[in-house]
Write a protein that binds this ligand. Structure first.
Ligand code: WTA
Length: 630
C-alpha cells in the first residue's frame, strides 16, 4: 500500500491493521459496491433479521421520498436485542456504563432485553401505541438507551432531546412532536454539578400542552416536584406487575417511523428529521462494522451524547445491531482531572474510541503527561466526528493517544444521513483533516453556484448523488420543507449544507457549514434559535448571531443586539442576556460575545446579512453587497 502515490502528508495503515481488517482489499470491495449499490445494500441487509423479506430494495418512484426495503417487516429493537438473546451473545455485555462520580453498571444482552421489555410494558400501560411520540430528556445513563429501545419495540416514535438543551428548546420539541409521554431524569451530573432536568421539564411543560404522563428516572436524587396524576417514578413503575419482562413486540413495516430527531436547519425552527426501522438499521449496522472494523471481542466507546444523532446511531443502535459491547460515560472529559478518558480506557480495556475534535483539542491542551500515565495499549482504532479536525489535533490524537498505531476514522455525516458517509476504513491511507472518500455505494460531488463541478482543490457545495438506506425520509410534519431544503438547489441531488474541496487524489476536505447552522463544540445550533432567544428578552428589539472560529470549540457564537428604547448597554445586561440564552436554549448556545449596535446589515427585503457581519469581524472582503439595504 505504501507505494501508492498520494499528495501531501499521508499516514499509511500498519500491517497489523491490514491483517486484522474485516475487509482486506477495500478498493476491490468498494468497486463492487460502485457497480451495483443496490445490490451492496441488499447483501448487507441479509445480515439482519426480517420477519418478512422485502419486495424491493429501493423504491424511487416518488423521489425525493425514497423508500428502502419496501414490503419488508422488521423491528430494529428485535435486531438489537432478541436476535442476540437467542445466541451465545446472550450473556455478553451489551452496555458498560460509568457515572461521573465513578459508579459502574454493566448489562448483558439478556438483561438489556429484559429491561427494555419492562420499560415497553410501562409505556403500553400508559396507552402508548404504535405511531405515538414519546419525548426523552435525560443525561447519559443506561435508561436513555432502554427507553429508546422500548419505544422502538412497541412502535412508538422516540424524540430524544439533548440533556444540554433547556426550557424553550424542550418546549418547542415537545409541542411540535405532539408527544404523549415524557421520559425525564430528575437530574444529570455535569462537572460535579446537578443539571436540574426535571425542573427544566416542569417549566417547559407549563408552556406546552399534550403530555399526559411523565416518567421520572431517579439519577441525582435531589428533591423535585412530582405532579400528582402526571408524574411517576420509573423505579416504582418498574416494580409493578405490569412491568414484567414479557412484552409482545410490534412487527413494523420497514418504512415505519423509528424516531424523529430535531436539528437546526437553514432557517427558522429546528426540524424533525425522520428515520425509519428498515433502512436505518441496515445503514448503521454496516457502516459501524466496516469503519470501526468491529469485532465480537471489542469494547467500543462512542463518547457522544445519545441526544444527538451520533449517540442514536453509534452508541445505541449500531453497536447493538452488531452485538458489540458499547461503553457509555456520563460526564465531562476532564472531570475531575484531565485523565478521565485515559483512565477509563485503561480500566475497561477500550479498543475503539470515537469522539469529537473539540474533546481532543480540549484534552490536548493539558499536555501529554496526563495521557502517558495510562496504559492505552488496548486501543486499536480511533474516530472523530462532528466538525473538521485540524491537522494539529489529528496528529496529537494519532501519536499521543494512538501511539502511532491506531488509524483515525474521521467520519463525515449528519443527522439527516443517519450513518457515516465520507469516511476512511482502517486500511485506507489517511491525510490529517480529510475524511478521505465516500463509503461504498455513495457518490458525492462538489458543485459551484450554477451546478457545475468545481475543479480539484476548489471549494464548492457538497452534494450527494444517490440515495442510501439510512437517509432522512422527510421532515416530520413538513414534507414541503424537506423537498425545498434538501432537494431544490440542485434537483436530483441532496444538498448537505456544507462546503468542501476534493484534492487531486479524490480525498474530500469538508470545510464547514454554508448555511445558518453553527457548529459549537460539534453541537449543531441554528442562528435562528439563538436570535429568537435573545429577542424574547424584554431589552432586545433585534438580534443577529454568527459563528466565529474558536481554538477549542471550532466555532464560538457572537451576537449583535439592538436594544429597545429605555434600555442601556452594560456589563450586567450582557451577562443577563447570556444567561437568558442559556436558560431558553441551553448552556452551549450562550454567546461568547454580545455587541450592542444601532443597526444590522440587511437586505432590502429585511433579511439579516450574517455573512457581512462575519466578514467584518474577520477582516475579510464581505463579497457581493448589491442586495444590501442603503
Ligand atoms: C459537520 C453530526 C467535518 C458538518 C454527525 C455536517 C463534520 C454537520 C464532520 C452535521 C467531519 C460532521 N468533518 N465536518 N468528520 N462530521 N460534520 O447533524 O458540517 O449534528 O454538516 O451530525 O456536522 O451535524 P449533525
Amino acid at each position: 500500500m505504501a507505494d501508492q502515490k498520494l499528495n501531501g502528508e499521508v499516514f499509511f495503515p500498519k500491517e497489523d491493521t491490514i491483517n486484522n481488517a474485516i475487509v482486506k482489499d477495500w478498493n476491490q470491495f468498494k468497486l463492487k459496491a460502485e457497480e451495483n449499490y443496490i445490490g451492496f445494500w441488499e447483501e448487507e441487509a441479509e445480515n439482519l433479521h426480517w420477519f418478512k423479506r422485502w419486495d424491493k430494495v429501493l423504491d424511487d418512484s416518488e423521489k425525493p421520498f425514497y423508500k428502502w426495503f419496501t414490503g419488508a417487516k422488521t423491528n430494529i429493537s428485535f435486531n438489537c436485542l432478541d436476535v442476540h438473546v437467542k445466541t451465545a451473545r446472550r450473556n455478553k455485555l451489551a452496555l458498560i456504563w460509568e457515572g461521573e462520580k465513578g459508579e459502574f453498571e454493566a448489562m448483558s444482552y439478556y438483561r438489556l432485553h429484559q429491561e427494555t421489555c419492562r420499560f415497553a410494558n410501562i409505556l403500553k400501560s400508559m396507552g402508548v401505541v404504535k405511531g405515538d411520540r414519546v419525548t426523552i430528556y435525560m443525561g447519559r445513563i443506561p435508561e436513555i438507551a432502554i427507553a429508546m429501545l422500548a419505544c422502538a419495540r412497541i412502535g412508538a416514535i422516540h424524540s430524544v432531546v439533548y440533556g444540554g438543551f433547556s426550557v424553550e428548546s424542550l418546549h418547542e420539541r415537545i409541542e411540535d412532536s405532539q408527544s404523549k409521554v415524557l421520559i425525564v431524569a430528575d437530574g444529570a451530573y455535569q462537572r460535579g454539578k446537578i443539571v436540574p432536568l426535571k425542573e427544566i421539564a416542569d417549566e417547559a411543560l407549563k408552556r406546552a400542552g399534550g403530555i399526559e404522563h411523565v416518567i421520572v428516572v431517579k439519577r441525582t436524587g435531589q428533591d423535585i416536584n412530582m405532579e400528582f396524576g402526571r408524574d411517576m417514578w420509573y423505579h416504582e413503575l418498574r416494580s409493578l406487575p405490569i412491568a414484567n419482562n414479557d412484552c409482545v413486540l410490534e412487527i413494523m413495516d420497514a418504512e415505519d417511523p423509528l424516531f424523529i430527531l430535531y436539528t437546526s436547519g437553514t432557517t427558522g425552527k429546528p426540524k424533525a428529521i425522520l428515520h425509519t426501522h428498515g433502512g436505518y438499521q441496515v445503514g448503521v449496522y454496516s457502516t459501524l462494522k466496516y469503519v470501526f472494523d468491529l469485532k465480537d471481542e471489542d469494547r467500543y466507546w462512542c463518547a457522544a451524547d445519545p441526544g444527538w444523532i451520533t449517540g442514536h446511531s453509534y452508541i445505541v443502535y449500531g453497536p447493538l445491531l452488531n452485538g458489540a459491547t458499547s461503553f457509555m460515560y456520563e460526564g465531562a472529559p476532564n472531570y475531575p482531572y484531565p485523565n478521565r478518558y485515559w483512565q477509563m480506557i485503561e480500566k475497561y480495556g477500550i479498543n475503539i474510541l470515537y469522539t469529537s475534535p473539540t474533546a481532543i483539542r480540549g484534552l490536548m491542551r493539558f499536555g501529554d503527561a496526563w495521557v502517558n500515565r495510562h496504559d492505552l495499549s488496548s486501543l486499536r482504532i480511533l474516530g472523530s466526528v462532528g466538525e473538521p479536525i485540524n491537522p494539529e489535533a489529528w496528529k496529537w490524537y494519532y501519536k499521543t493517544v494512538g501511539k502511532g498505531k491506531c488509524p483515525i476514522m474521521d467520519t463525515w455525516w449528519q443527522t439527516e444521513t443517519g450513518m457515516f458517509m465520507i469516511t476512511p476504513t482502517p486500511t485506507v491511507p489517511l491525510k490529517p483533516g480529510s475524511g478521505t472518500k465516500a463509503f461504498p455505494g455513495l457518490q458525492f460531488d462538489i458543485l459551484d453556484e450554477n451546478g457545475d463541478k468545481v475543479a480539484d482543490n476548489e471549494e464548492g457545495y457538497l452534494v450527494i448523488k444517490n440515495p442510501w438506506p439510512a437517509m432522512i425520509r422527510t421532515l416530520w410534519g413538513d414534507p414541503e420543507r424537506y423537498v425545498q431544503q434538501y432537494w431544490s438547489k440542485y434537483p436530483g441531488y441532496y444538498l448537505t449544507g456544507d462546503s468542501a474541496k476534493r484534492d487531486e487524489d479524490g480525498y474530500f476536505w469538508v470545510i464547514g457549514r454554508v448555511d445558518d447552522v453553527i457548529k459549537v463544540s460539534g453541537y449543531r445550533l441554528g442562528t435562528a434559535e439563538i436570535e429568537s432567544a435573545l429577542v424574547s428578552h424584554k431589552a432586545v428589539a433585534e438580534a443577529a448571531a454568527i459563528g466565529l472560529p474558536h481554538e477549542i470549540k471550532g466555532n464560538a457564537i457572537y451576537a449583535y443586539v439592538i436594544l429597545r428604547a429605555g434600555f442601556e448597554q452594560s456589563d450586567e445586561l450582557f451577562e443577563e442576556l447570556r444567561q437568558h440564552v442559556g436558560h431558553e436554549v441551553g448552556p452551549i448556545a450562550k454567546p461568547e460575545q454580545i455587541k450592542f449596535v444601532n443597526s444590522l446589515p440587511k437586505t432590502r427585503s429585511g433579511k439579516i446579512m450574517r455573512r457581512v457581519l462575519k466578514a467584518k469581524e474577520l477582516g475579510l472582503d464581505p463579497g457581493n453587497l448589491s442586495t444590501l439595504e442603503e
